[in-house]
Design a protein. Structure first.
Length: 106
């Protein structure tokens, strides 16, 4: 019984963090993309000379989306935006930011 109560507490805390902390996981996903789009629009030379940064953003995006999908949320900031008919929240990961980049071989 104690393990069940502990698990319930862990799940509740995880949902609270994902729903509310720093705007919640969906806001973190959206702002990750917003920052990448800002770099693309305002500092394209930086992304061309540092193309691996796009991979970092993509990894963050994948991790956060997997986390959001793994823990269903019933309460939190910005949850109401998930139902936008145009699907604009959180933003989709932009494609083609740095073309032709491949990870350097070790």
């Amino acid at each position: 019984m104690r393990l069940f109560k502990l698990n319930r507490t862990v799940i509740a805390n995880t949902r609270r963090i994902l729903g509310w902390t720093a705007g919640g996981v969906h806001k973190r996903i959206d702002e990750n993309i917003e920052l990448l789009e800002l770099l693309r629009d305002r500092a394209p030379d930086f992304l061309e000379t540092h193309p691996w940064v796009v991979g970092w953003f993509e990894s963050h995006d994948e991790f956060l989306r997997q986390l959001a999908n793994a823990v269903p949320l019933e309460e939190g900031f910005f949850l109401h935006l998930l139902t936008r008919p145009d699907g604009t929240f959180p933003r989709a990961f932009p494609s083609g930011i740095v073309k032709g980049y491949t990870e350097p071989s070790q």
